[in-house]
Write a protein that binds this ligand. Sequence first.
Ligand code: G4F
Length: 343
Amino acid sequence: MKRALITGVNGQDGSYLAELLLENGYEVYGLMRRKSVVDYGNVEHIKDKINFIYADMQDVVSLIRAMRISQADEVYNLAAQSFVATSWDTPCTTADIDAVGVTNMLEAIRVVKPEAKFYQASTSEMFGKVQAIPQTETTPFYPRSPYGVAKLYGYWITKNYRESYDMYACSGILFNHESERRGLEFVTRKITNSVARIKLGLLDHVELGNLDAKRDWGHSKDYVKAMWLILQQDKPEDYVVATGTTITVRDFAKAAFKAAGIEVEFEGSGVDEIAKDKATGKVVLKVNPKFFRPAEVELLVGDPSKAEKELGWVREISFDEMVERMVANDLKLVEKEIKSANL
Ligand code: G4F
């Protein structure tokens, strides 16, 4: 039985990855950070199948202990301060976790079990102000946020440990991936949850920032398969994982409203842009500059050819299906909320 250690196990990706590894017969260990209220997050439904170890990415001793206990054959480093906007508020914590935290984990592996394979959750945010379209494994990086800068360190230290110590350490450079389990602060889930609230009468309109930003959006369940495949190769390499298509925030919102049976039309521009429900004429979306970022990543679109060819990775969930699943899930959750509050 193979043993896997997942940092960030209770996040969106950690939960789908834990499910996949359990299905494949792995013994799964997950890192937990101590909180006053125990919160299993997205792994509540499989918590009895996961061996939890208290540890922190900023505490190398706790990571050495986690490696000793788990004796992991594969380590998936998914723990991060992953919300780009917050990285301007907490740039140092973001660097401690997303940059130095990676070195801490690599050192723990090197000290306890150097033959363990290591996956680093690298990100398309490293491309930032993009230097080529589409972005591939050889596109130069130009991060645009403290998050992107910290993640770039994580990418390079992973490569450095591979080259310095001959470790099986590699990165998946994952483009945006979403799901029903996405946190409410990210734009996709913010939209699908707000659409459900608007549809069920709990909210008038949603307020968003930059509607022109373009992202390459896939489903997290497909992307964790790529993470696993990256660690099943003969030699460690880095891979871009993406869909190869790009869509604006505006068009994501349009698709989400449509999935809830609301046709919208946009009018105006810049901070005055709004979207109206075509049937009722009511304003259902407004721009609020408070959600603009100090520096924006305007366009991301990845080329997944290498992952498709070398890993045999295939994407199964289309953009439309992903949006429909997210909206259907949020409608169910909001209905439940209404029932339990007797609204
Ligand atoms: O959903 P977002 O916050 O995701 P972002 O910044 O692209 O980062 C996500 O994907 C990365 C992979 O490329 C990951 F590394 C990272 O951890 C995270 O998962 O924002 C998407 C876009 C941005 O351009 C943002 O400015 O949506 C724009 N946006 C417009 N209005 C908004 C909003 N973003 C948020 N969160 N909230 C808004 O109201």
